[in-house]
Design a protein. Sequence first.
Lengths: 291, 291
Amino acid sequence: MIDYKLLEALATVVECGGFERAGAALGLSQSAVSQRIRTLEIRLGQPVLVRSPALKATPAGQRLLNHVQQVQLLERDLAKSLPTLNEPSARLRIALNADSLATWWADAIADFCRDEELLLDLVIEDQDIGLRRMREGDVAACLCSSPQPVAGARCVPMGSMIYLPLATPEYIRRYFPEGLTETALRDAPAIVFGPNDQLQHRFLAQCGFHGSFPHHLCPSSEGFVKLATTGMGYGMIPEIQVREELEAGRLTSIATGQQLEVKLYWHFWRHGGGAMDRLTQALQSNRISHR
Amino acid sequence: MIDYKLLEALATVVECGGFERAGAALGLSQSAVSQRIRTLEIRLGQPVLVRSPALKATPAGQRLLNHVQQVQLLERDLAKSLPTLNEPSARLRIALNADSLATWWADAIADFCRDEELLLDLVIEDQDIGLRRMREGDVAACLCSSPQPVAGARCVPMGSMIYLPLATPEYIRRYFPEGLTETALRDAPAIVFGPNDQLQHRFLAQCGFHGSFPHHLCPSSEGFVKLATTGMGYGMIPEIQVREELEAGRLTSIATGQQLEVKLYWHFWRHGGGAMDRLTQALQSNRISHR
């Protein structure tokens, strides 16, 4: 059987972001942690960590990390029938999109995590990249916009998020006095989440506009809303995130009736054990609601 | 003089995250973009990009990117006196902490960006890492908790953020029925922003507790507040971010009177030109306020 002390050292180094901190977390010296990683690499015949530019697992290391996560999930189930075995609970690493975390996610899983004493290690990834991390074995589950199941994993629909093209009334008066003309769209600053965010492009294509447009880059869901409400730009924002701003008239649509729907899917490893199945059930009964 | 077409190609590839998208943005074919990068690397005698595990600039490439940003800032000043030169405005890359972006930042700079038609490329970094990116030449300015100026840059204080240890009243009844005892702290789930977040550790040290504690990892400012308000854990939250929740009693301190102050500093390159000086003035007159 695999020496899990070695795998635990690897998981802790990656989670803590360094050998010294991992040592502190495990109650070991830094050199003892290094020695475990070295032993693991010798047994495996290849490196499990790359040290630069930043410390991270190699593809082989990531497969090991995914394996550790699955074993930890199975241990959770075992601990239910053998409570004396109980160790401090493992953290479940989940990739999800920033907008879900900023809106419906916490409400959907809070009761479950509390009741099962489950700790989460959340990783924010732009929709399609999360799935790549799942494929690489870096996360145990992933909430993203792709319906394509990963081999060995299940995929269930989680409803959809509705995005509206929003700005302040003052912004609209200033930049779109004659509506969304091509000239106006070429000059009006937009807000884009990051290089992988295609929502503004899709919205503009819906409007028949295919040129380039000035935009701020703001990789934070709440920061995005802040930039929009201060009048710095217009952007595609989840309706459920800004209900108050819409009702109060602080934000309003730049193209009434236009919206984009982003369907979300929950991907999880098939052999994640009972805890993963129950988490999935909790999510399914609390999926995104537009009421 | 440097061939700026080559540097522009490099900046666009990094910003767009790929050669194909960079080509689309520049109105060039993908192979024309590749050719420019290759030419740049031949002239320089070393690579400017690493392709895997993810596309990013080498240290040499980052120095070039920083140079391009500074040149673009200077061009902005020039364009004021020679408006016919006006090109689509450059984006200014700034590293800042997630909590500032989620709270006071947008209000402080909105008017300035609107008046100067300045676009931002915001990068979220845990406080001390932003400064490293500044040193590496990857960003033009950085808002972080270190007062140590980088060589060639200026550093001005921006006030401080006050963090309170908060949870829901229900959470406190459940996990701290007898106050913050050592036993309770060993069992009560906390929320930690990420491996570099030392706020919970500092708070617990203030309470005289030095053991390990269970915690969720949640690298999102708004997600952090959501997890706390659903009762999943307690955590150090900026007071200005949750005034409403505090007034409504949805969140309350787990240790009344205890708080942590995080001083913030604005670092910017000395030769950033007039636009950077004016941005700094705008920030100084709108710094964090606790009124």
